[in-house]
Design a protein around this ligand. Structure first.
Ligand code: PDD
Length: 282
């Protein structure tokens, strides 16, 4: 199969997988999702992703209809059926298919779909290009810790970033509090200390963010889970963003202003390398 997919216990190619038009994910955005990286035919940080899926589902009053062992078995089977070494698994869980109504359906079965797609091999560390970000007001709801499939504010901001030649848009809340990117978490270094937004309801607690925090602990790098201010970001000595698909991505400009430092900086480079080692070992 080119891109193996799974739904309701059945495997098929993604091109043949089907979900009802009345699925509440499609009609109402009533669902949650996960994106898991495959490195060298193995899922990376699988348990952390499955735990987060469960947290997101529980936050929208939905039960994951399979045990973690069952989900893991499907994921390994999907990877086994795929023909590429590096890619990602997409999982989406919705409240199921039912006559359209804002109220939860009494008897709908949740819909769970999973599929894999290939990703290009990662560029060697030395050729990872630093990139720019723009900043935009955070117009999302207050439950960003849920990995909800409702991504419209993220999409609009990301498109704006793309059209201005930037890799990411960074969200800020009233008072200039930078939270995260449209699909990534933000880190910045001030006076040798790494800052990242605390894992509150205002951000998605990224699995990559958590791994980077663990690496900083291991390397005894000083860090604080504290808010970064929009007015300060241009004074940072290093900035980077993290996500499953971007890993550790150095940032060299914000809103068109080139940051006054070499990018990637020393700490970012160290973390990029350590992260790669971990992905290779896992
Ligand atoms: N996005 N913040 C937001 C809003 C995200 O959507 C993501 C991930 C992250 C980083 O999380 P992680 O490190 O677990 O990937 C932070 C995924 C990759 C996506 O939507 O494609």
């Amino acid at each position: 199969m080119l891109n193996p997919a799974w739904k309701d216990g059945l495997y098929c190619d993604l091109s043949e997988a089907k979900v009802s038009i009345e699925d509440r994910g499609y009609l109402l955005g009533d669902g949650v999702y996960e994106v898991i990286r495959i490195y060298n035919r193995k899922p990376f940080s699988l348990t952390a992703h499955l735990d987060r899926l469960e947290r997101s589902a529980s936050a929208i009053r939905l039960d994951v209809p399979y045990t973690k062992d069952e989900l893991e078995a499907v994921i390994f089977e999907l990877i086994g059926k795929s023909c590429y070494a590096n890619g990602y698994i997409y999982m989406q869980l919705t409240r199921g298919s039912a006559k359209r109504d804002h109220l939860f359906p009494a008897d709908a079965e949740p819909t769970l779909v999973m599929y894999t797609r290939e990703l290009p091999p990662l560029p060697v560390i030395d050729s990872v290009n630093p990139a720019g970000c723009i900043t935009v007001p955070d117009e999302r709801w207050l439950n960003c810790y849920i990995k909800s499939i409702n991504l419209l504010p993220n999409l609009l901001a990301r498109q704006k970033a793309y059209e201005s030649g930037s890799i990411e848009a960074l969200f800020y809340r009233p008072g200039g509090l930078l939270t995260e990117g449209t699909r990534s978490n933000l880190f910045a270094v001030f006076d040798g200390v790494v800052y990242t937004h605390p894992a509150t309801n205002l951000i998605l607690a990224g699995i990559t963010r958590e791994i980077v925090i663990d690496l900083m602990q291991k390397l005894a790098l000083p860090f604080k889970e504290e808010v970064i201010l929009l007015e300060d970001i241009s004074k940072a000595s290093e900035v980077w963003i993290t996500s499953t698909t971007l890993e550790v991505q150095p940032i060299n400009s914000i809103d068109g202003n080139v940051l006054d430092h070499a990018s990637p900086g020393k700490i970012c480079m160290m973390l990029m390398k350590e992260f790669r080692n971990l992905a290779a070992e896992d």
